[in-house]
Design a binder for this molecule. Structure first.
Ligand code: NAP
Length: 299
């Protein structure tokens, strides 16, 4: 069984690392805020001293941090994974970051004989906890095959997309679709609220029809209850839309809806809610519409 290292124990990383440990893999963890390692250590994981130390103790190192500079720091920075490189080491970055940066990091690791996969995920904290994530993977195919049993602990739909960066590009497509879906859910709720409909009844009926979606089922009830716990943070959604728009710019294709919806999330961030979940998108719509939806609206 491969020795696994896990770096980044946030909303996603913590349940993912827990599932790897529960599946019986020897696990070394590292988190910038060290207290977060305690729970996993009490379950049998080893606390690494640094990303370098994690790499030295592992065959496969998974990173699940925030954005491109963070992945660069834990892999290429001082005391980073690259300093613990050894023959056969595979690095799997499961964060959502810039495809361009992924390719650059993979090239740096390749110089040390280390293979890297980009393997971002979709399915949220619930999917991370239940081990049902969708995982989209780019990088060397032989490394993908070696890591597949580990991916199967974390997710259900695991797809090899092609060369380095193609996992990240797939994830950006996912994020564009998700963000526009969130906007659609917000607008449907605003219209229903202003017209005096019972919001819950409206949701019940449209969820059973052609408008049904993950966002509608999962986020709309939270919006009505004003439950803005993350989940997926507004700041992370903004980061992903920035990467998608920058890729579209490189490819010279218009993404007008994505540009618009990124401004909605920017409003929510400007209201001081960047650390709240994406259900808080409704607050941005409320601010620009001049009224708030209410759970009891029309009931
Ligand atoms: N949440 C979701 O539903 C979801 C779904 C799919 C994909 N994602 C993606 O998965 C990644 C992680 O998301 P999350 O929700 O778990 O984020 P999160 O709760 O904000 O956790 C981020 C983790 O990264 C660490 N970190 C951030 N910057 C770092 C740095 N410079 N050096 C070292 N460690 C650093 C944090 O350490 P500290 O504990 O010290 O802050 C924390 O462990 C993101 O790329 C996100 O876009 C999230």
């Amino acid at each position: 069984m491969k020795r696994v290292g896990f770096i980044g124990l946030g909303v996603m990383g913590m349940p993912m690392a827990t599932n790897i440990l529960k599946a019986g893999y020897p696990l070394t963890v590292w988190n910038r805020t060290r207290e977060k390692m305690r729970g996993l250590v009490s379950m049998g994981a080893v606390a690494g001293e640094s990303p370098k130390d994690v790499a030295e103790k592992s065959d496969v190192v998974i990173t699940m941090v925030a954005d491109s500079p963070d992945v660069e720091q834990v892999i290429l920075g001082s005391q980073g994974v690259i300093e613990g490189a050894h023959p056969g080491l595979i690095v799997v970055d499961m964060s959502t970051i810039s495809p361009r940066v992924t390719i650059r990091i993979a090239k740096e690791l390749e110089k040390k004989g280390v293979k890297m996969l980009d393997a971002p995920v979709s399915g949220g904290d619930v999917g991370a906890t239940q081990g049902t994530l969708s995982i989209m993977v780019g990088g060397p195919e032989d490394a993908f095959k070696e890591c597949l049993p580990i991916f199967q602990v974390l997710g259900k739909r695991i797809t090899y997309m092609g060369s380095s960066g193609s996992g990240q590009i797939t994830k950006l497509c996912n994020q564009v679709i998700c963000a526009l879906n969130i906007q659609a859910v917000c607008e449907g709720l605003m219209l229903a609220a202003k017209a005096g409909l019972d919001l819950q009844k409206m949701l019940n009926v449209v969820t059973g029809g052609a408008a049904s979606s993950w966002m509608l089922s999962n986020l709309a009830p939270k919006m009505i209850k004003r439950d803005f716990e993350p989940g997926f943070k507004i700041s992370h959604q903004l980061k992903d839309l920035h990467h998608a728009l920058s890729l579209a710019e490189d490819l010279k294709i218009p993404l007008p809806g994505t540009a618009l919806v990124s401004q909605l999330f920017r409003i929510v961030e400007a209201l001081g809610m960047g650390d709240r979940g994406t259900s808080a998108a409704i607050v941005g719509m409320e601010r620009i519409s001049g009224f708030e939806i209410k759970a009891s609206e029309g009931a």
